[in-house]
Design a protein around this ligand. Sequence first.
Ligand SMILES: Cc1ncc(C[n+]2csc(CCOP(=O)(O)OP(=O)(O)O)c2C)c(N)n1
Ligand code: SF4
Ligand SMILES: [Mg+2]
Length: 251
Amino acid sequence: MEKIYTRPKSMNPRATGYCPGCLHGVATRLICELMDEFDIQENTTSVLPIGCSSMGVFHFDTDIVISLHGRAPAVATGIKRCSPDRFVYTYQGDGDLAAIGLSEIIHAANRGENITAVFVNNSIYGMTGGQMAPTTLVGQKATTAQDGRKPEREGYPMKMCEILSQLEAPVFIARCGLDTPAHINEAKKALRKGFQNQLDKKGFSFIELMSNCPTNWGMSAEKTIQWMQENTLKTFPLGVFKEKSSGDMSR
Ligand SMILES: Cc1ncc(C[n+]2csc(CCOP(=O)(O)OP(=O)(O)O)c2C)c(N)n1
Ligand code: SF4
Ligand SMILES: [Mg+2]
């Protein structure tokens, strides 16, 4: 019988490092499928951060650098500038990218580095036990906001696609969901575009993937999907925020 669903070649053959039902697994798989599709596994450097995303070290069968917390875009910049023919992508969580690493992602985007930045936003610090992130929703509970985030106390959720799309240099900025098969297909298309842009030397692409954290949201995996649809995707609308046509390309 023909196999129609197999492990991508770019993914190590081992059990998942993520918690059951965690959508990091879907994001990881999409990236591996695309590395196979573009046949770039041998020529790729995955730049991982600190957080549950760092468990990509078990799954991505590529060269890997794990950077200090938040510094993946700076590390990726160095690798890509020294080895412009390598495919270099970052894979960061929301605490890593939007809190401790906010400066790095903004400046890499502003410089128009020819890298692909993948941002897995589960609106919480997953790895360290559910502390509030800059992306935590208003009213969402976290160990450091036990009565739910309050704007007058902790400010509003930070929307990275909206912030980065104000910059001149980025060529592609999109936010996708991982909650339904249709959204996962859209996410794969957006990631494919981000990969292609880098291979075509067009510049900086940013793809945000809206994700979950069953463990720290304190819900079953199934319930997190419903919660995302009723809450997360209302605060973080999906869509393409910026896409330069070839006529706009300054680099
Ligand atoms: C300099 C430094 N500060 C804090 C930590 C603790 N720490 C590890 S992971 C993490 C947050 C990760 O959250 P996020 O980026 O949202 O990733 P997730 O685990 O949710 O995928 C923090 C604060 C650390 N390892 N190093
Ligand atoms: S702690 Fe949360 S983000 Fe981390 S692997 Fe588990 S479910 Fe996923
Ligand atoms: Mg997170």
